[in-house]
Design a protein around this ligand. Structure first.
Ligand code: PHE
Length: 365
């Protein structure tokens, strides 16, 4: 039996010496493969005298099992070590800064929203949200646009298929329904004592319109203040401050032009001063005007539709197109390019994401 002992010693030694799964596989084949040493011993059993065969057979099988277990154990060891090495090699330190430099860019829409939020946030406005898929009541009726009102036609509304035409769903045509939701939430929650209500609502809006200057989806930001005393003077001051901060032109001329919206009374459109020389637009001087937003004092019917006492409370609202003011500030000539998903465009007009707009450090790099 000493030959078995010697063989066992050699295989166990070779197993321990194997430092890779490939080396170990060679050891296994040499011992336990079809032509392996241990397999060979089993084959030879037939030639052994019958009285010795049983004992010898048991000894060889024991050897086979022992060797096989040793190889399996070593295999597990090598695999665990390989995994550890791979994990160590592939580990990433997520706390390191982006290198060699951050490559992604923020879309001008995101940047412009961040700038708007920074300015109104500083003034004490909170952010409110509403659904893109609205019901007729929030998008129109509660905003003093009853069924059959001519203003409905001007909205080029996308309607969703409905069983009940009375309250069919629409893709919101403006962010003004968020005014209604904010006032309803106020009434449901802590009541009018939660006043002043002071929110802005940036988001997507939809109109069935598509040409050089219109896309079926675009973005607006809505603003709303409701309390007992806010008047038109506050509206003007707030929006003049906004224009100066946003366009980063401290003396930009701002003009309030009488206008009409069903949900505000009185209503105005706001223009900023600009010049156009040789096709180049300059904001801040010159004798030309550019319209940038709509605004007005919240119509008493709108307050009443939300359950707010129209004889006690008042406020103002405004709404502006985000693409439009982004194009004006950043000299982007074509609206449709915003939605082309063209990486070269994004590289040119996009913003470095780590440079967060603030009024203290500056809105833009
Ligand atoms: N909702 C109006 C629009 O889409 C803008 C607006 C909002 C006007 C709030 C006045 C007050 O054109």
């Amino acid at each position: 039996m000493s030959d078995l002992e010697a063989l066992r010693g050699r295989i166990v030694e070779a197993t321990a010496a194997a430092t890779s799964p490939d080396m170990l596989e060679i050891v296994r084949v040499e011992a336990l493969g079809k032509k392996g040493t241990v397999t060979g011993l089993l084959k030879e059993l037939g030639r052994i005298p019958a009285e010795e065969r049983r004992e010898r057979g048991q000894a060889i099988n024991a050897l086979k099992e022992e060797v096989s277990a040793a190889i399996d154990a070593r295999k597990a060891e090598l695999e665990a070590a390989a995994l550890d090495a791979r994990l160590a090699a592939e580990s990433v330190d997520v706390t390191l800064p982006a290198r060699p430099q951050p490559d992604g860019r923020l879309h001008p829409i995101s940047q412009t929203m961040d700038e708007i939020v920074a300015i109104f946030g500083e003034m004490g406005f909170a952010i409110a949200e509403g659904p893109d898929i609205e019901d007729d009541f929030h998008n129109f009726t509660a905003l003093n646009i009853p069924p059959e009102h001519p203003a409905r036609q001007m909205h080029d509304t996308f309607y969703l298929r409905a069983k009940d035409v009375g309250n069919r769903m629409v893709l919101r045509t403006h962010t003004s329904p968020v005014q209604i939701r904010a006032m309803q939430a106020l009434i449901k929650g802590d009541g009018p004592d939660g006043l002043p209500l002071r929110i802005i609502a940036p988001g997507r809006t939809y109109r069935c319109d598509s040409d050089m200057t219109h896309t079926p989806m675009f973005h607006q930001v809505e603003g709303l203040i409701v309390d007992r005393t806010t008047h038109m003077g506050h509206l003007k001051g707030c929006l003049i401050d906004f224009c100066r901060a946003y366009f980063e032109v401290p003396d930009v001329p701002v003009r309030f032009r009488p206008s009409h919206f069903p949900f505000t009374e009185p209503s105005a459109e706001v223009d900023i001063g600009c010049s156009r020389e040789g096709g180049e637009l300059r904001i801040g001087d010159g004798d030309d005007w550019l319209e940038i937003l709509g605004c007005g004092m919240v119509h008493p019917n709108v307050l009443a539709a939300c359950g707010i006492d129209r004889d006690i409370y008042q406020g103002f609202a405004f709404g502006m197109g985000i693409e439009r003011i982004a194009m004006l500030k950043y000299g982007i000539p074509d609206l449709r390019t915003f939605f082309d998903a063209d990486l070269r465009w994004l590289k040119h007009y996009g913003f470095v994401p780590l440079e967060v707009p603030t009024l203290i450090r500056g809105l833009t790099p």
